[in-house]
Write a protein that binds this ligand. Structure first.
Ligand SMILES: NC(=O)c1ccc[n+]([C@@H]2O[C@H](COP(=O)([O-])OP(=O)(O)OC[C@H]3O[C@@H](n4cnc5c(N)ncnc54)[C@H](O)[C@@H]3O)[C@@H](O)[C@H]2O)c1
Ligand SMILES: O=c1ccn([C@@H]2O[C@H](COP(=O)(O)OP(=O)(O)O[C@H]3O[C@H](CO)[C@H](O)[C@H](O)[C@H]3O)[C@@H](O)[C@H]2O)c(=O)[nH]1
Length: 324
C-alpha cells in the first residue's frame, strides 16, 4: 500500500511526503530534480530520480514498491513561462501526464490524486468561484492542466481508474515544524518574494497593478497553507481507498486578501519595512480568484488548521530564515 508521489522533491509534493509519513504511510518519490531538491525528501523515503513519462521506470517502481495509489504533483508551473513556451508546457504537463496515467494503469494502480489549479478558471465572472463554473483558462499552463483533468475523466469512464482532482488556489507557508518549505529557484509567488525582500535577499518588490476593480485596487487571492493542502490530499486518498466516487474539488479557504494586505502582513510579521514600488499590471492576472470552499470540507471532512494569513506568513518567514 505504497503511495507514489511524483514531484515529491518540490514545494507542495515534499509536504505531502511529510504528511504521508506522519500518518504512517509508505511512500516512494519520483522526481527529475528539475526544480526540486534532493534534501526536500526525508531520510528513509526512497527517491527515484527520473522522468514521469518513463513508462518502464514507472512500471518498475510500482512493482518494486507495491504502489497502490498515485499523487501526481510533478509539473512545470510558471504562468509566463507557459506563454513563452506553450509546446514545452503541453509536453511537460499534458503529454507526460498521459504517459504516466497509462503506465500506472498498466501496472494495476487505479487510484489517482491530481494537482490541478485555480488557473483553469481563467478570469471568472463570479467570485468566489465554485467547481461548477465552466473552466476557461487564459494561458497554456491552465489549459495544460485542464486537459489532464479531462483525460482523467475520459479514461475513468472505460478503465479501472478513480481519481480526485484538487484545484489549488494560492499555496503558501511552510511546514510548521520547519522540515520543509518553498525553495523554488527564482520564485515569483507573492508571499515567497515578499519574505525574501523582508530578509534582504532581494532589494524589494513591485505591486503588479493598482487599478483593479477591487477595494484597494490590487488583486485578491485565496492563500491556502501548504500543510492544510497536504491534509486535503490525505483525505482524498482515504476517500479513494474507501471506494469513493471521482471528485473535482477546489482547495482554498474562501476568502481573499489583496496584494497590499499581504505585503502589510509580511512587513508586520518580519518587522522589516522593505521597499515596495507600484508597477503596471502583469499579463494574465485576474482581478480576483477566491474559492467557493464548501465542497472539500463537506465531502471529505477537511478542517483547515492554518486558515490565518499571519500564520501562513510566519511559517513562510521562518523557512526563509532557515535557508539564509
Ligand atoms: N505553487 C502553487 O501555488 C500551485 C498552485 C496551483 C497548482 N499547483 C500545482 O502543484 C504541483 C506542485 O507545484 P509546486 O509549487 O510544488 O512546484 P515545484 O516546482 O516546487 O515542484 C514540482 C516538482 O516536480 C518535479 N518535476 C517536474 N517535472 C518533472 C518530470 N517530468 N518528471 C519528474 N519530476 C518532475 C520538479 O523537480 C519538482 O520537484 C504542480 O502540479 C502545480 O501545477 C501549484
Ligand atoms: O512580486 C510580485 C508577485 C506577485 N504579485 C501579485 O500577487 C498576486 C499573486 O501572484 P502569485 O504570482 O503569487 O500567484 P498567481 O495568483 O499568479 O498564481 C498562482 O496561483 C494560481 C492559482 O490561483 C496558479 O496555480 C499559479 O500556478 C500560481 O503561480 C498577483 O496579483 C500578482 O500580480 C505582485 O504584485 N508582485
Amino acid at each position: 500500500m505504497t503511495v507514489l508521489v511524483t514531484g515529491g522533491a518540490g514545494y507542495i509534493g515534499s509536504h505531502m511526503v511529510l504528511a504521508l509519513r506522519d500518518s504512517g504511510e509508505r511512500v516512494v518519490v519520483l522526481d527529475d530534480l528539475s526544480t526540486g531538491h534532493r534534501d526536500a525528501v526525508p531520510e528513509g523515503v526512497p527517491l527515484i530520480i527520473g522522468d514521469v513519462s518513463d513508462q518502464a521506470l514507472v512500471r518498475d517502481i510500482v512493482a518494486q514498491h507495491g504502489v497502490s495509489a498515485l499523487a501526481h504533483f510533478a509539473a512545470r508551473i510558471v504562468v509566463p513561462d507557459s506563454v513563452a513556451d506553450p509546446l514545452g508546457y503541453y509536453e511537460a504537463n499534458t503529454v507526460k501526464t498521459r504517459a504516466l496515467i497509462a503506465a500506472v494503469q498498466d501496472a494495476g494502480v487505479g487510484q489517482v490524486i491530481f494537482s490541478s489549479t485555480a488557473a483553469i478558471y481563467g478570469e471568472p465572472e463570479e467570485s468566489p468561484v465554485s467547481e461548477e463554473v465552466p473552466p476557461a483558462p487564459i494561458n497554456p499552463y491552465g489549459r495544460s492542466k485542464l486537459m489532464s483533468e479531462w483525460m482523467l475523466a475520459d479514461a475513468a469512464h472505460v478503465l479501472p481508474l478513480r481519481y480526485v482532482v484538487l484545484r489549488y488556489f494560492n499555496v503558501a507557508g511552510a511546514d510548521p515544524q520547519g522540515r520543509s518549505g518553498q525553495s523554488t529557484p527564482n520564485a515569483t509567488h507573492l508571499i515567497k518574494v515578499a519574505c525574501e525582500a523582508a530578509l534582504g535577499k532581494r532589494p524589494g518588490l513591485s505591486i503588479f497593478g493598482t487599478d483593479y476593480p477591487t477595494p484597494d485596487g490590487t488583486c485578491l487571492r485565496d492563500y491556502i497553507h501548504v500543510t492544510d493542502l497536504a491534509d486535503a490530499h490525505l483525505r482524498a486518498l482515504a476517500h479513494l481507498r474507501g471506494g469513493g466516487d471521482n471528485l473535482v474539488l477546489n482547495c482554498g479557504y474562501g476568502h481573499g486578501f489583496s496584494v497590499r494586505e499581504v505585503i502589510a502582513m509580511v512587513k508586520r510579521v518580519s518587522g522589516s519595512d522593505f521597499p515596495v514600488t507600484e508597477a503596471p499590471r502583469r499579463a494574465g492576472d485576474p482581478a480576483a480568484l477566491v474559492s467557493r470552499a464548501d465542497k472539500l470540507p463537506g465531502l471529505l471532512g477537511w478542517k483547515p488548521r492554518h486558515d490565518d494569513l499571519e500564520t501562513i506568513v510566519r511559517h513562510a518567514l521562518e523557512w526563509e530564515r532557515r535557508r539564509a
